[in-house]
Write a protein that binds this ligand. Structure first.
Ligand SMILES: [Zn+2]
Ligand SMILES: [Zn+2]
Length: 127
């Protein structure tokens, strides 16, 4: 057996958060997979082709910007790469897509921006 046994000794609260997070991801994965089955994995705007890991850069755009409107025939979907998707939304100033990028990295780099600033102030005050 190569599969790991998952530990079940953590609290319920984190489990609930995890479940809520997963159901949102699941919903998104659901229409992503269906859209990828319906359409060729090509950006509808720039015509770039996506496969393997790159597939993450191909997103499902909702033509009416309603994420809950997912007709089985795919009439509300358009496959767009991240760049074209961004363009599409910045044009009409509506942002209905999120969750693809992780903003955490920016916050960290800001905190590490000038690690010596405090030290310099301390030394100055001593003089
Ligand atoms: Zn594109
Ligand atoms: Zn969109």
């Amino acid at each position: 057996m190569s599969s790991k046994q998952s530990k079940s000794d953590t609290g319920n609260r984190s489990q609930i958060v995890e479940e809520a997070r997963q159901s949102q991801a699941e919903r998104e994965k659901g229409y992503r997979e269906r859209a990828f089955k319906l359409f060729p994995r090509i950006c509808a705007r720039c015509g770039r082709e996506f496969s393997g890991k790159k597939l993450r850069e191909l997103t499902v755009h909702h033509k009416d910007h309603d994420h809950d409107n997912n007709p089985p025939d795919g009439s509300n979907w358009e496959l767009l790469c991240l760049y074209c998707h961004d363009n599409e939304h910045s044009r009409d100033q509506v942002s209905d897509w999120y969750g693809e990028a992780s903003p955490d990295t920016d916050i960290k780099s800001e905190a590490l921006d000038n690690p010596f600033a405090d030290l310099a102030n301390l030394l100055k005050n001593k003089e």
